[in-house]
Design a protein around this ligand. Structure first.
Ligand code: SF4
Length: 497
Protein backbone atom coordinates (compact mmCIF):
# COMPACT_ATOMS: atom_id res chain seq x y z
CA UNK A 1 0.00 0.00 0.00
CA UNK A 2 1.27 3.46 -0.89
CA UNK A 3 2.18 5.63 2.07
CA UNK A 4 0.66 9.09 2.23
CA UNK A 5 3.53 11.54 2.48
CA UNK A 6 2.75 15.02 3.71
CA UNK A 7 5.13 17.88 3.03
CA UNK A 8 5.01 20.32 5.93
CA UNK A 9 6.71 23.70 6.01
CA UNK A 10 9.77 22.39 7.84
CA UNK A 11 10.09 19.45 5.42
CA UNK A 12 9.72 21.77 2.45
CA UNK A 13 12.55 23.95 3.80
CA UNK A 14 14.66 20.85 4.47
CA UNK A 15 14.01 19.71 0.89
CA UNK A 16 15.04 23.08 -0.49
CA UNK A 17 18.36 22.78 1.30
CA UNK A 18 18.94 19.17 0.28
CA UNK A 19 16.71 16.37 -0.97
CA UNK A 20 18.79 13.81 0.89
CA UNK A 21 18.12 15.64 4.16
CA UNK A 22 14.42 15.66 3.31
CA UNK A 23 14.52 11.91 2.68
CA UNK A 24 15.91 11.34 6.17
CA UNK A 25 13.34 13.70 7.68
CA UNK A 26 10.54 11.65 6.13
CA UNK A 27 11.94 8.12 6.32
CA UNK A 28 14.58 7.88 9.02
CA UNK A 29 14.18 10.81 11.39
CA UNK A 30 15.62 8.68 14.21
CA UNK A 31 18.99 8.91 12.44
CA UNK A 32 19.03 12.69 12.63
CA UNK A 33 20.91 13.76 15.77
CA UNK A 34 18.82 15.45 18.46
CA UNK A 35 19.29 19.22 18.71
CA UNK A 36 21.97 20.10 21.26
CA UNK A 37 21.65 22.42 24.26
CA UNK A 38 22.45 25.53 22.18
CA UNK A 39 19.99 24.63 19.41
CA UNK A 40 17.29 24.11 22.04
CA UNK A 41 18.01 27.56 23.41
CA UNK A 42 17.63 29.13 19.95
CA UNK A 43 14.35 27.25 19.50
CA UNK A 44 13.22 28.41 22.92
CA UNK A 45 14.04 32.03 22.00
CA UNK A 46 11.91 31.67 18.88
CA UNK A 47 8.98 30.40 20.96
CA UNK A 48 9.32 33.29 23.39
CA UNK A 49 9.42 35.83 20.57
CA UNK A 50 6.31 34.16 19.12
CA UNK A 51 4.51 34.68 22.44
CA UNK A 52 5.34 38.41 22.42
CA UNK A 53 4.14 38.70 18.83
CA UNK A 54 0.77 37.35 19.90
CA UNK A 55 0.47 40.36 22.20
CA UNK A 56 0.29 42.55 19.10
CA UNK A 57 -3.23 41.18 18.69
CA UNK A 58 -4.91 40.99 22.11
CA UNK A 59 -8.18 39.81 20.55
CA UNK A 60 -6.42 36.89 18.80
CA UNK A 61 -7.36 33.25 19.25
CA UNK A 62 -4.54 30.78 19.96
CA UNK A 63 -4.78 27.39 18.27
CA UNK A 64 -1.25 26.39 19.19
CA UNK A 65 -2.34 24.73 22.42
CA UNK A 66 -4.39 22.09 20.58
CA UNK A 67 -2.11 19.07 20.41
CA UNK A 68 -4.05 16.97 17.91
CA UNK A 69 -3.40 17.86 14.28
CA UNK A 70 -6.85 16.93 12.98
CA UNK A 71 -8.54 18.92 15.70
CA UNK A 72 -6.33 21.89 14.87
CA UNK A 73 -7.42 21.77 11.24
CA UNK A 74 -11.09 21.50 12.19
CA UNK A 75 -10.90 24.36 14.72
CA UNK A 76 -9.05 26.56 12.23
CA UNK A 77 -11.72 26.15 9.57
CA UNK A 78 -14.43 26.83 12.17
CA UNK A 79 -12.72 29.95 13.45
CA UNK A 80 -12.03 31.49 10.05
CA UNK A 81 -15.61 32.77 9.99
CA UNK A 82 -15.12 34.70 13.22
CA UNK A 83 -12.72 37.13 11.46
CA UNK A 84 -10.38 37.45 14.41
CA UNK A 85 -6.57 37.14 14.37
CA UNK A 86 -5.62 33.47 14.59
CA UNK A 87 -2.36 32.21 16.07
CA UNK A 88 -0.93 28.95 14.69
CA UNK A 89 -3.81 28.45 12.29
CA UNK A 90 -3.40 25.17 10.34
CA UNK A 91 -4.36 24.28 6.83
CA UNK A 92 -3.95 21.21 4.69
CA UNK A 93 -4.69 20.32 1.10
CA UNK A 94 -3.59 17.29 -0.88
CA UNK A 95 -0.05 16.49 0.21
CA UNK A 96 0.81 19.74 1.94
CA UNK A 97 0.25 20.97 5.45
CA UNK A 98 1.18 24.28 7.03
CA UNK A 99 0.72 26.45 10.10
CA UNK A 100 0.86 30.23 10.03
CA UNK A 101 2.26 32.10 13.01
CA UNK A 102 -0.49 34.72 12.76
CA UNK A 103 -3.36 35.14 10.31
CA UNK A 104 -4.81 38.64 10.49
CA UNK A 105 -8.23 39.42 8.99
CA UNK A 106 -7.59 41.96 6.20
CA UNK A 107 -10.98 42.93 4.76
CA UNK A 108 -14.31 41.20 4.43
CA UNK A 109 -12.97 37.84 3.30
CA UNK A 110 -9.20 38.01 2.99
CA UNK A 111 -6.31 37.51 5.40
CA UNK A 112 -2.77 38.72 5.90
CA UNK A 113 -0.02 36.26 6.82
CA UNK A 114 2.26 37.49 9.59
CA UNK A 115 5.39 35.38 9.94
CA UNK A 116 7.27 35.99 13.19
CA UNK A 117 11.06 35.60 13.29
CA UNK A 118 13.44 36.16 16.16
CA UNK A 119 16.23 37.48 13.95
CA UNK A 120 16.78 41.16 13.17
CA UNK A 121 17.27 40.73 9.42
CA UNK A 122 15.23 39.61 6.47
CA UNK A 123 16.66 36.34 5.12
CA UNK A 124 15.88 34.60 1.88
CA UNK A 125 14.70 31.41 3.53
CA UNK A 126 11.97 33.38 5.33
CA UNK A 127 10.49 34.23 1.94
CA UNK A 128 10.55 30.54 0.98
CA UNK A 129 8.91 29.78 4.32
CA UNK A 130 6.05 32.26 3.79
CA UNK A 131 5.62 31.34 0.13
CA UNK A 132 4.98 27.75 1.24
CA UNK A 133 2.38 28.95 3.74
CA UNK A 134 0.67 31.07 1.11
CA UNK A 135 0.66 28.15 -1.32
CA UNK A 136 -1.02 25.90 1.28
CA UNK A 137 -3.55 28.53 2.29
CA UNK A 138 -4.40 29.30 -1.36
CA UNK A 139 -4.92 25.59 -2.01
CA UNK A 140 -7.10 25.29 1.07
CA UNK A 141 -9.29 28.14 -0.20
CA UNK A 142 -8.14 30.79 2.31
CA UNK A 143 -7.72 34.06 0.41
CA UNK A 144 -4.51 35.93 1.21
CA UNK A 145 -4.18 39.68 0.68
CA UNK A 146 -0.67 40.44 1.91
CA UNK A 147 2.30 38.73 3.53
CA UNK A 148 4.34 40.31 6.29
CA UNK A 149 7.39 39.47 8.26
CA UNK A 150 7.51 40.57 11.89
CA UNK A 151 11.09 40.43 13.08
CA UNK A 152 13.01 41.95 15.92
CA UNK A 153 13.73 45.67 15.86
CA UNK A 154 17.25 45.94 17.26
CA UNK A 155 16.83 49.69 17.82
CA UNK A 156 14.18 49.08 20.45
CA UNK A 157 15.31 49.88 23.97
CA UNK A 158 13.49 48.32 26.85
CA UNK A 159 11.81 50.84 29.15
CA UNK A 160 9.71 49.10 31.76
CA UNK A 161 7.64 46.21 30.43
CA UNK A 162 8.35 44.95 26.93
CA UNK A 163 6.40 46.93 24.34
CA UNK A 164 5.53 44.46 21.54
CA UNK A 165 4.54 47.32 19.21
CA UNK A 166 8.11 48.61 19.35
CA UNK A 167 9.86 45.26 19.72
CA UNK A 168 8.81 44.13 16.24
CA UNK A 169 9.29 45.70 12.87
CA UNK A 170 6.88 44.71 10.13
CA UNK A 171 8.02 44.28 6.53
CA UNK A 172 5.68 43.79 3.60
CA UNK A 173 7.08 40.82 1.64
CA UNK A 174 4.06 40.19 -0.60
CA UNK A 175 5.94 40.82 -3.86
CA UNK A 176 8.94 38.66 -2.91
CA UNK A 177 6.65 35.85 -1.78
CA UNK A 178 4.86 36.02 -5.14
CA UNK A 179 8.20 35.62 -6.94
CA UNK A 180 9.19 32.63 -4.81
CA UNK A 181 5.86 30.95 -5.52
CA UNK A 182 6.90 30.43 -9.13
CA UNK A 183 7.76 26.76 -9.54
CA UNK A 184 6.65 25.73 -6.05
CA UNK A 185 4.32 23.04 -7.35
CA UNK A 186 7.16 21.35 -9.27
CA UNK A 187 9.45 21.57 -6.26
CA UNK A 188 6.85 19.91 -4.04
CA UNK A 189 6.24 17.21 -6.66
CA UNK A 190 9.97 16.46 -6.79
CA UNK A 191 10.14 16.33 -2.99
CA UNK A 192 7.22 13.91 -2.85
CA UNK A 193 8.86 11.69 -5.44
CA UNK A 194 12.21 11.63 -3.59
CA UNK A 195 10.59 11.13 -0.18
CA UNK A 196 8.69 8.09 -1.50
CA UNK A 197 11.90 6.30 -2.54
CA UNK A 198 13.13 3.34 -0.56
CA UNK A 199 16.65 4.74 -0.17
CA UNK A 200 18.12 8.25 0.06
CA UNK A 201 19.10 10.03 -3.15
CA UNK A 202 22.80 10.26 -4.02
CA UNK A 203 23.68 13.86 -3.31
CA UNK A 204 27.21 15.18 -3.17
CA UNK A 205 28.26 17.29 -0.21
CA UNK A 206 28.94 20.95 -0.85
CA UNK A 207 28.17 24.51 0.17
CA UNK A 208 24.50 23.62 0.62
CA UNK A 209 25.43 21.53 3.69
CA UNK A 210 25.92 24.81 5.56
CA UNK A 211 23.42 27.05 3.82
CA UNK A 212 21.12 28.35 5.07
CA UNK A 213 21.77 26.12 8.10
CA UNK A 214 24.40 23.63 9.12
CA UNK A 215 22.82 20.28 8.23
CA UNK A 216 22.53 17.88 11.20
CA UNK A 217 23.61 15.01 8.93
CA UNK A 218 27.07 16.42 8.29
CA UNK A 219 28.80 13.80 10.45
CA UNK A 220 27.23 11.09 8.32
CA UNK A 221 27.78 12.68 4.90
CA UNK A 222 31.18 14.31 5.50
CA UNK A 223 32.77 11.37 7.32
CA UNK A 224 34.67 10.14 4.25
CA UNK A 225 36.73 13.34 3.91
CA UNK A 226 40.41 13.25 4.93
CA UNK A 227 41.52 15.16 8.01
CA UNK A 228 42.80 18.32 6.35
CA UNK A 229 40.07 18.38 3.74
CA UNK A 230 39.38 20.84 0.97
CA UNK A 231 36.48 22.55 2.75
CA UNK A 232 39.01 23.80 5.33
CA UNK A 233 40.41 26.07 2.66
CA UNK A 234 40.40 29.60 4.05
CA UNK A 235 37.86 32.11 2.67
CA UNK A 236 35.01 31.69 0.21
CA UNK A 237 33.69 28.15 -0.04
CA UNK A 238 33.14 28.50 -3.82
CA UNK A 239 36.76 27.64 -4.49
CA UNK A 240 36.60 24.63 -2.17
CA UNK A 241 33.40 23.42 -3.84
CA UNK A 242 34.96 23.83 -7.29
CA UNK A 243 38.04 21.82 -6.29
CA UNK A 244 35.91 19.16 -4.59
CA UNK A 245 33.84 18.81 -7.77
CA UNK A 246 37.09 18.28 -9.68
CA UNK A 247 37.91 15.40 -7.33
CA UNK A 248 40.32 17.18 -4.95
CA UNK A 249 39.52 16.00 -1.43
CA UNK A 250 42.60 17.09 0.47
CA UNK A 251 44.30 20.50 0.62
CA UNK A 252 47.66 18.88 -0.08
CA UNK A 253 46.32 17.66 -3.44
CA UNK A 254 45.46 21.11 -4.80
CA UNK A 255 47.42 21.45 -8.06
CA UNK A 256 50.25 24.01 -7.93
CA UNK A 257 48.83 25.97 -10.86
CA UNK A 258 45.50 26.54 -9.14
CA UNK A 259 44.73 30.18 -8.33
CA UNK A 260 45.07 30.51 -4.54
CA UNK A 261 45.35 33.63 -2.43
CA UNK A 262 48.23 34.32 -0.03
CA UNK A 263 46.68 32.53 2.96
CA UNK A 264 45.50 29.57 0.90
CA UNK A 265 49.02 29.19 -0.52
CA UNK A 266 50.34 28.96 3.04
CA UNK A 267 47.75 26.26 3.77
CA UNK A 268 48.88 24.29 0.73
CA UNK A 269 52.55 24.65 1.67
CA UNK A 270 51.93 23.52 5.28
CA UNK A 271 49.82 20.58 4.13
CA UNK A 272 52.66 19.43 1.89
CA UNK A 273 55.57 20.01 4.28
CA UNK A 274 53.60 19.02 7.41
CA UNK A 275 55.42 21.83 9.19
CA UNK A 276 54.12 25.15 10.52
CA UNK A 277 54.79 28.31 8.54
CA UNK A 278 56.25 31.02 10.76
CA UNK A 279 56.91 34.63 9.82
CA UNK A 280 59.49 35.35 12.52
CA UNK A 281 59.94 39.07 11.85
CA UNK A 282 56.20 39.78 12.07
CA UNK A 283 55.88 37.70 15.23
CA UNK A 284 58.83 39.50 16.75
CA UNK A 285 57.21 42.85 15.92
CA UNK A 286 54.07 41.69 17.69
CA UNK A 287 55.99 40.52 20.77
CA UNK A 288 58.00 43.73 20.93
CA UNK A 289 54.80 45.79 20.87
CA UNK A 290 53.76 44.37 24.25
CA UNK A 291 54.19 46.34 27.45
CA UNK A 292 54.54 44.54 30.77
CA UNK A 293 52.74 43.73 32.98
CA UNK A 294 50.49 41.83 30.61
CA UNK A 295 46.78 41.47 31.37
CA UNK A 296 45.09 38.62 29.53
CA UNK A 297 41.41 39.46 29.48
CA UNK A 298 38.33 37.60 28.30
CA UNK A 299 34.61 38.30 28.72
CA UNK A 300 31.72 35.91 28.46
CA UNK A 301 28.46 37.48 27.39
CA UNK A 302 24.92 36.50 26.59
CA UNK A 303 22.39 38.17 24.35
CA UNK A 304 18.68 37.56 24.15
CA UNK A 305 16.05 38.53 21.61
CA UNK A 306 13.85 39.89 24.42
CA UNK A 307 15.96 42.31 26.50
CA UNK A 308 16.06 41.17 30.09
CA UNK A 309 16.98 44.50 31.68
CA UNK A 310 16.00 48.14 31.64
CA UNK A 311 17.75 50.22 28.94
CA UNK A 312 18.92 47.17 26.97
CA UNK A 313 18.34 46.48 23.26
CA UNK A 314 17.46 43.09 21.72
CA UNK A 315 20.60 41.00 21.27
CA UNK A 316 22.76 43.51 23.13
CA UNK A 317 25.76 41.70 24.61
CA UNK A 318 25.57 41.48 28.38
CA UNK A 319 28.89 40.52 29.98
CA UNK A 320 28.31 38.26 32.97
CA UNK A 321 31.81 36.86 33.49
CA UNK A 322 35.44 37.73 33.01
CA UNK A 323 38.76 36.08 33.57
CA UNK A 324 42.02 37.95 33.85
CA UNK A 325 45.52 36.55 34.10
CA UNK A 326 48.37 38.92 34.92
CA UNK A 327 51.99 38.34 34.01
CA UNK A 328 54.87 40.58 35.15
CA UNK A 329 57.38 38.96 32.82
CA UNK A 330 56.94 36.25 30.22
CA UNK A 331 58.15 33.53 32.63
CA UNK A 332 56.82 34.91 35.90
CA UNK A 333 54.20 33.24 38.07
CA UNK A 334 50.63 33.88 37.05
CA UNK A 335 48.19 35.97 38.96
CA UNK A 336 44.56 35.10 38.20
CA UNK A 337 41.24 36.77 39.00
CA UNK A 338 37.77 36.08 37.79
CA UNK A 339 34.21 37.23 38.18
CA UNK A 340 31.02 35.31 37.56
CA UNK A 341 27.72 37.02 38.25
CA UNK A 342 25.28 35.54 40.74
CA UNK A 343 21.55 35.48 40.17
CA UNK A 344 19.42 36.93 37.41
CA UNK A 345 19.98 40.67 38.04
CA UNK A 346 21.79 42.88 35.53
CA UNK A 347 25.44 41.91 36.19
CA UNK A 348 27.17 44.69 34.25
CA UNK A 349 27.88 47.34 36.85
CA UNK A 350 29.16 44.89 39.45
CA UNK A 351 31.39 43.31 36.81
CA UNK A 352 32.77 46.72 35.80
CA UNK A 353 33.46 47.78 39.35
CA UNK A 354 35.16 44.47 40.05
CA UNK A 355 37.29 44.64 36.89
CA UNK A 356 38.38 48.23 37.54
CA UNK A 357 40.26 47.16 40.65
CA UNK A 358 42.15 44.41 38.86
CA UNK A 359 43.75 46.50 36.11
CA UNK A 360 46.46 48.99 37.00
CA UNK A 361 47.44 51.99 34.92
CA UNK A 362 50.18 50.45 32.78
CA UNK A 363 50.64 47.34 30.68
CA UNK A 364 49.14 45.77 27.58
CA UNK A 365 45.70 44.21 27.80
CA UNK A 366 45.77 41.14 25.63
CA UNK A 367 42.56 39.75 24.19
CA UNK A 368 41.81 37.25 21.48
CA UNK A 369 39.74 38.86 18.70
CA UNK A 370 39.66 42.46 19.83
CA UNK A 371 36.45 43.55 18.12
CA UNK A 372 34.52 41.43 20.61
CA UNK A 373 36.14 42.70 23.83
CA UNK A 374 36.34 46.28 22.52
CA UNK A 375 32.68 46.13 21.52
CA UNK A 376 31.67 44.89 24.96
CA UNK A 377 33.69 47.64 26.65
CA UNK A 378 32.25 50.36 24.41
CA UNK A 379 28.71 49.20 25.14
CA UNK A 380 29.52 49.25 28.85
CA UNK A 381 30.83 52.81 28.53
CA UNK A 382 27.56 53.82 26.85
CA UNK A 383 25.43 52.19 29.52
CA UNK A 384 27.55 53.45 32.45
CA UNK A 385 29.01 56.83 31.42
CA UNK A 386 30.66 57.28 34.83
CA UNK A 387 33.11 54.55 33.75
CA UNK A 388 33.64 55.84 30.21
CA UNK A 389 36.92 57.67 30.91
CA UNK A 390 38.43 54.59 32.49
CA UNK A 391 37.12 52.37 29.70
CA UNK A 392 38.58 54.72 27.06
CA UNK A 393 42.00 54.40 28.70
CA UNK A 394 41.65 50.60 28.71
CA UNK A 395 40.68 50.51 25.04
CA UNK A 396 43.93 52.17 23.96
CA UNK A 397 45.94 49.45 25.69
CA UNK A 398 44.28 46.47 24.01
CA UNK A 399 46.47 44.20 21.90
CA UNK A 400 44.92 41.45 19.80
CA UNK A 401 46.62 38.06 20.04
CA UNK A 402 44.42 36.87 17.19
CA UNK A 403 46.33 39.00 14.68
CA UNK A 404 49.47 36.88 14.21
CA UNK A 405 47.19 33.94 13.44
CA UNK A 406 44.49 35.82 11.53
CA UNK A 407 47.27 37.21 9.30
CA UNK A 408 48.79 33.74 8.96
CA UNK A 409 52.11 34.88 10.45
CA UNK A 410 51.87 31.57 12.21
CA UNK A 411 49.98 28.71 10.59
CA UNK A 412 49.84 25.01 11.28
CA UNK A 413 47.77 22.57 9.21
CA UNK A 414 45.96 21.30 12.29
CA UNK A 415 44.31 24.74 12.59
CA UNK A 416 42.21 23.64 9.60
CA UNK A 417 42.12 27.10 8.08
CA UNK A 418 40.93 28.75 11.28
CA UNK A 419 42.64 31.26 13.56
CA UNK A 420 40.13 30.79 16.38
CA UNK A 421 41.70 30.23 19.78
CA UNK A 422 40.01 26.79 19.90
CA UNK A 423 42.02 25.74 16.84
CA UNK A 424 45.23 27.63 17.55
CA UNK A 425 45.72 26.43 21.15
CA UNK A 426 46.07 22.70 20.33
CA UNK A 427 48.09 23.53 17.20
CA UNK A 428 50.80 25.45 19.03
CA UNK A 429 50.67 23.96 22.57
CA UNK A 430 49.71 20.60 24.06
CA UNK A 431 46.50 22.05 25.52
CA UNK A 432 43.00 21.85 24.10
CA UNK A 433 39.36 22.55 24.92
CA UNK A 434 38.45 18.97 24.11
CA UNK A 435 36.46 17.17 26.79
CA UNK A 436 35.58 20.34 28.70
CA UNK A 437 31.99 20.50 30.00
CA UNK A 438 31.69 23.97 28.49
CA UNK A 439 33.91 24.39 25.48
CA UNK A 440 32.66 27.41 23.54
CA UNK A 441 31.23 30.88 24.11
CA UNK A 442 27.69 30.03 23.01
CA UNK A 443 27.53 27.07 25.40
CA UNK A 444 28.82 29.35 28.17
CA UNK A 445 26.13 31.96 27.60
CA UNK A 446 23.31 29.43 27.32
CA UNK A 447 24.55 27.65 30.46
CA UNK A 448 24.60 30.91 32.37
CA UNK A 449 21.07 31.79 31.27
CA UNK A 450 20.01 28.29 32.28
CA UNK A 451 21.35 28.52 35.84
CA UNK A 452 19.80 31.99 36.20
CA UNK A 453 16.38 30.67 35.20
CA UNK A 454 16.28 32.66 31.97
CA UNK A 455 16.28 29.54 29.85
CA UNK A 456 14.03 26.80 31.13
CA UNK A 457 14.29 23.20 29.87
CA UNK A 458 11.27 20.90 30.23
CA UNK A 459 9.71 23.40 32.63
CA UNK A 460 12.25 22.57 35.32
CA UNK A 461 14.90 24.74 36.94
CA UNK A 462 18.33 23.32 37.80
CA UNK A 463 18.90 22.02 41.32
CA UNK A 464 21.46 23.73 43.57
CA UNK A 465 24.10 21.05 42.89
CA UNK A 466 23.66 21.45 39.17
CA UNK A 467 24.01 25.22 39.44
CA UNK A 468 27.27 24.76 41.34
CA UNK A 469 28.55 22.30 38.76
CA UNK A 470 27.74 24.66 35.88
CA UNK A 471 29.38 27.59 37.69
CA UNK A 472 32.58 25.57 38.13
CA UNK A 473 32.54 24.67 34.43
CA UNK A 474 32.02 28.31 33.47
CA UNK A 475 34.94 29.43 35.62
CA UNK A 476 37.12 26.69 34.15
CA UNK A 477 36.14 27.59 30.59
CA UNK A 478 36.72 31.35 30.87
CA UNK A 479 39.98 30.70 32.75
CA UNK A 480 41.07 28.45 29.89
CA UNK A 481 40.50 31.30 27.43
CA UNK A 482 42.94 33.59 29.25
CA UNK A 483 45.30 30.88 30.52
CA UNK A 484 45.41 29.47 26.99
CA UNK A 485 46.42 32.89 25.62
CA UNK A 486 49.46 32.88 27.91
CA UNK A 487 50.52 29.48 26.59
CA UNK A 488 50.03 30.69 23.03
CA UNK A 489 52.14 33.80 23.65
CA UNK A 490 54.88 31.79 25.34
CA UNK A 491 54.92 29.42 22.36
CA UNK A 492 55.27 32.37 19.99
CA UNK A 493 58.13 33.77 22.08
CA UNK A 494 59.89 30.40 21.87
CA UNK A 495 59.51 30.34 18.10
CA UNK A 496 61.50 33.55 17.70
CA UNK A 497 64.15 32.98 20.37
S1 SF4 B 1 25.14 16.90 4.99
FE1 SF4 B 1 24.89 17.86 3.02
S2 SF4 B 1 24.59 16.22 1.57
FE2 SF4 B 1 24.26 15.38 3.60
S3 SF4 B 1 22.06 15.52 3.90
FE3 SF4 B 1 22.97 17.32 4.77
S4 SF4 B 1 22.91 18.86 3.18
FE4 SF4 B 1 22.57 16.88 2.22
Amino acid sequence: MNRKIIISKSKYLAGLQCLKYLWYRVNASEEIPEPDFTARFIFNQGMLVGEYAKKLYPEGIDLGKIGDLKEQLVRTSELLSERKPLFEASCSSGSVYSRADILVPADTDRWDIMEVKSSTKLKEDYIYDVSFQKYCLDKAGVKIRKCYLANINNQYIRRGDINPGQLFKKTDITVEVGEFLIGIEDRIEEMLEVAARTSPPEILIGKHCNEPYSCPLKDRCWGFLPDNHIFNLYGSKDKAAELFNKGVLSIKDIPDWYNLNFKQKIQLECAKTEKPKINKSEILKFINSLEYPLYFLDFETFSTAIPLYEGVRPYQRIPFQYSIHILDTIDSKLCHYDFLAEGAEDPREELLLNLKYKIDEAGSIIVYYESFEKGVLKELAEAFPEYSQWIDSILTRIVDLYKPFGNFHYYHSSQKGSASVKNVLPAITDLSYEGMEIADGMAASVSFLYICGNFVINESRPAKEEVEKVRKSLIKYCGMDTGGMIHILRALVKEVE
